[in-house]
Design a protein around this ligand. Structure first.
Ligand code: NAP
Length: 263
């Protein structure tokens, strides 16, 4: 396999849901894989299935990405391994409830995973990939980045962070031939609901996407070089209008005088 054409993909949170589905789809495309999550046994079972189904090489790297030493280990691998050319920054957890009643220890762990680990791995990949002028970084955000009032405050803020980071990173890497994509799923049928104590059967079925459909759409967006992919959104013009509205603000966001209405 030509590693230039199909570089190794490192996928975090590959033991279930969206990450495991990326593993399947990228293996099908001929990528060798490096699978990261805490559950080593689940990763091994998936690795074995993908090796025999697609004839690719799969390495398993168990890591708890809320733990500094584990994050550093994955980060170092990303910085040093020239065969890796694609990062799927997917591992993430969710939580329910209001901020006033939040379990702040859990919220802090969520920030460690959804924000800190994602940032460190994106930075390592950006350094490695831009040095050789190729590669891709896929960051899993969420539509709640655009609709924070709909859901938990800390989770939504972590996903707004992912969108913001991806937008800046894409601008920084524009001349280096490294592609950045933020994927913003809506509700997607995975284990995330039971893990965060939500009864998925109470969610409206018309709003929940199958995980295979989500990942296939996200990869189609990646192939189309989209910076932001919202798999559910029927009309891309709606997103473009949102981006254009933001651009209108641009020239007026920093002046040496306050606006007249504040005087
Ligand atoms: P999932 O099925 O619960 O998968 C989460 C993955 O993250 C698992 O592989 C889990 O594996 C891993 N993980 C959790 N804690 C970890 C830790 N401390 N260290 C390393 N890995 C850890 O959920 P999912 O829906 O596929 O979620 C994937 C991403 O999509 C998340 O970033 C999520 O926020 C985002 N997303 C999901 C939805 C949705 O409705 N499903 C919507 C928008 C965005 P282990 O337990 O083996 O560690």
């Amino acid at each position: 396999m030509n590693t230039q054409a199909r570089p190794t993909a490192l996928i975090t949170g590959a033991s279930s849901g969206i990450g495991a589905t990326y593993a399947d789809r990228l293996a099908r495309r001929g990528h060798d894989l490096l699978l990261v999550a805490r559950d080593a046994q689940r990763l091994q079972v998936l690795a074995e299935r993908l090796r025999s189904a697609y004839g690719i090489a799969v390495e398993v790297m168990p890591a708890d990405l809320t733990q500094k030493t584990d994050v550093r280990k994955v980060e170092q691998r990303l910085r040093e391994d020239a065969a890796i050319g694609l990062l799927v920054n997917n591992a993430g957890v969710s939580m329910n409830g209001t901020l006033a009643q939040a379990d702040l220890e859990y919220a802090e762990q969520m920030i460690e995973l959804n924000v800190v680990a994602l940032t460190r791995l994106a930075a390592a990949a950006a350094a490695n990939f831009s040095a050789v002028g190729r590669g891709g970084i896929i960051n899993l955000g969420s539509v709640v980045a655009l609709a924070p009032e709909m859901f938990n405050a800390v989770y939504s803020a972590t996903k707004a962070y992912v969108l913001s980071l991806s937008q800046t990173l894409a601008a920084e890497l524009r001349s280096s031939n490294v592609q950045v994509q933020a994927v913003l799923p809506g509700l997607t049928r995975t284990e995330i609901f039971e893990r965060s104590g939500t009864d998925a059967s109470l969610l409206p079925p018309s709003m929940i996407m199958a995980v295979e459909e989500l990942v296939d759409a996200a990869l189609a967006g990646f192939d189309q070089q989209e910076l932001v992919t919202i798999p559910s959104l029927p009309d891309a013009a709606d997103w473009e209008a949102f981006v254009a509205a933001r651009a209108v603000l641009g020239p007026n966001l920093s002046h040496n005088q306050a606006a007249a209405r504040y005087k």
